[in-house]
Design a protein around this ligand. Structure first.
Ligand code: TYD
Length: 204
């Protein structure tokens, strides 16, 4: 049984990842492939509890505690969901994966790229996606898209935080161009979806 494809979507809050995740799942399904759709934080029962703490805790969460909680969520997610699905030949599409930690905790919280990446790689036993799609958008445009929605703990951060996170993603993509596809998230959704399909088709 050939392993499934592992694809992650990344970007700052408000760039439209969930729309593109769904469109890609539809495309792969129509191509006759088994697809598992998932997300971080969350994706497992333990992950849902960790997600609740991370996004809705009222008290302060120390940056290192935050990084460890995301890593714990990810370890459980890979062990219980992602790895078994890939081994069974299913494609796995995840809305966020370890690059979110490197960008948000490493760059945004200034814990350091190398430290946070090493922590995440430990959590996932080195499992990296075949493809990571970065939906890139200016901080102002992303904030405008979130306007009017109820903001969670992370979404309530200041513009400088998101600027650091955005730059963190862009430098990760520049360092590993074979794994990443960077797209302008201000383009029409259908155009973005078509670019993603073209890249994914080259992998299957
Ligand atoms: P997300 O599910 O994208 O939020 P929403 O459901 O509101 O669209 O992600 C939740 C938040 O967690 C988001 O602000 C990014 C943040 N995050 C990190 O800071 N580090 C991580 O490792 C991950 C996976 C997410």
């Amino acid at each position: 049984m050939p392993r499934g494809l592992f694809i992650s979507f990344e970007g700052i809050d408000g760039v439209g990842k969930s729309t593109q995740v769904k469109l890609l799942a539809e495309y792969l399904g129509e191509a006759g492939r088994e697809v598992t759709l998932t997300r971080e934080p969350g994706g497992t029962e333990l992950g849902d509890s960790i997600r609740e703490i991370l996004l809705h805790s009222k008290g302060h969460i120390d940056a290192r505690a935050e990084a460890l909680l995301y890593a714990a969520d990810r370890a459980q997610h890979v062990a219980l969901e992602i790895e078994p699905a890939l081994a069974a030949g299913c494609d796995v599409i995840t809305d966020r994966y370890l690059d979110s930690s490197v960008a948000y905790q490493g760059a945004g919280r200034e814990l350091g790229h190398d430290e946070v990446r090493a922590l995440s790689l430990f959590a996932v036993k080195g499992l990296l996606p075949n493809l990571t799609v970065l939906l890139d958008l200016s901080v102002d445009q992303a904030a405008a898209r979130l306007a009017g929605t109820e903001l969670d703990r992370l979404e309530s951060e200041k513009a400088e935080f998101f600027e650091a996170v955005r730059q963190g993603f862009l430098s990760l993509a520049a360092a590993e161009p074979n794994r990443w596809l960077v797209l302008d998230a201000s383009l029409p959704p259908a155009e973005i979806a078509a670019a993603i399909r073209t890249r994914v088709a080259s992998l299957i």
